[in-house]
Design a protein around this ligand. Structure first.
Ligand code: X2X
Length: 333
């Protein structure tokens, strides 16, 4: 009898104990478009690793790659995070730009020409303005990462002038600015998710696409007939580590600092790695027989001139003050 009561007490204690543990240990979902075969997915995994280590397992980030939490529709990631369907994400400025117009800053063609310019923008006043814009829409931004400078590939021939792009069907991300850029170049842009892009390239439904070298390399875009690659650095695609606002408010001060500090570290680690790997990736791509075209200054300028209207249309939508702050940072780099 006594023994049984003791046993009941022990069992009840165990139940209470495990309830206390599960109330404390917390798992947050983190959405990414690309898996950890790519630097982008590795950035999210690094974040998760650092959080696991430093929170002694009390806070866990579980990464869900391939836009699976939004059924492949990457342009819904921001809304899903805002509404709490997703706790956190490491996402592209392009994919979030339909909900945060200020993020189109990075997609302005030929506006941010090199890595120093990227760092001057993200690390300065313009970067702060972008983070404020995200926060004003119900998501807490924590740190920057980098998908990279986006380059143009196609299956038809070398592209070194806007005329070479004429009537080529180019897969672009589902963001209206891209439609305008490729229309200004007289190409035939068609919007689709990354999940649909590779099949469309394989069947020849589209002639070309644009993505950073890491994506071209890891996804083996050369194997789906993309034999021509133009290096034109027409835009950089930063990544942003962010958390849903209600989730953020439910965390302790210590947990917030931990999440922010680890996001910054993971982001810096990933940006450095992405940049370091560019030259070896390019060499690997060339080795596979892809024809790589580099632009002369005049050829580059012809693309800049042809897309001037995009800048004029989009600068006011992004916000003239933000564009101006970014321009000042770029000029001073
Ligand atoms: O869809 C793309 O091209 C990708 C993977 O680069 C982004 O999510 C922006």
């Amino acid at each position: 009898m006594t023994l049984t009561r003791q046993m009941v007490h022990i069992a009840a204690g165990a139940v209470l104990l495990s309830a206390a543990f599960s109330a404390q240990a917390r798992e947050l979902s983190v959405s990414t478009v690309l898996s950890d075969a790519f630097p982008w997915g590795q950035a999210a995994e690094k974040w998760a690793e650092l959080v696991e280590e430093r929170s002694d397992g009390e806070l866990t980030l579980r990464v869900y790659p391939n836009s699976q939490l939004v059924s492949g529709d990457q342009t819904r990631e921001f809304s899903a995070m805002r509404s709490g369907l997703i706790d956190a994400a490491v996402g592209s400025t392009i994919n979030w730009s339909p909900q945060v117009p200020e993020l189109n800053l990075f997609s302005l063609p030929f506006f941010i020409p090199d890595e120093a310019a990227v760092d001057a923008v993200t690390g300065g006043e313009a970067g702060e303005m972008v983070f404020e814009a995200i926060e004003s829409r119900g998501v807490i931004p924590l740190a920057w990462g980098e998908n990279g400078f986006r380059q143009l590939s196609n299956s038809q021939g070398p592209i070194s002038t806007p005329a070479d792009l004429e009537n080529l069907k180019i897969r672009v991300v589902g963001s209206p600015l891209f439609q305008d850029t490729f229309s200004a170049l007289d190409a035939d842009p068609t919007q689709m998710s990354w999940a649909d892009a590779k099949p469309a390239l394989t069947t020849g439904a589209v002639d070309g696409q644009e993505n950073p070298l890491s994506v071209f390399d890891v996804a083996r875009i050369d194997q789906v007939g993309q034999e021509y690659l133009t290096l034109w650095n027409y835009m950089n695609d930063p990544l942003i580590f962010a958390v849903n606002q209600q989730v953020w408010q439910s965390l302790s001060e210590d947990e917030r600092s931990l999440l922010r500090e680890t996001a910054v570290e993971a982001g810096e680690w990933e940006i450095a790695m992405t940049r370091e790997q560019e030259s070896e990736r390019l060499a690997a791509i060339k080795e596979r027989g892809v024809t790589v075209t580099e632009l002369s200054d005049d050829e580059y300028q012809a693309f800049v001139d042809a897309t001037q209207s995009v800048y004029e249309k989009w600068a006011p939508r992004i916000g003239d003050e933000l564009v101006e702050a970014a321009q000042v940072a770029i000029d001073a780099r």
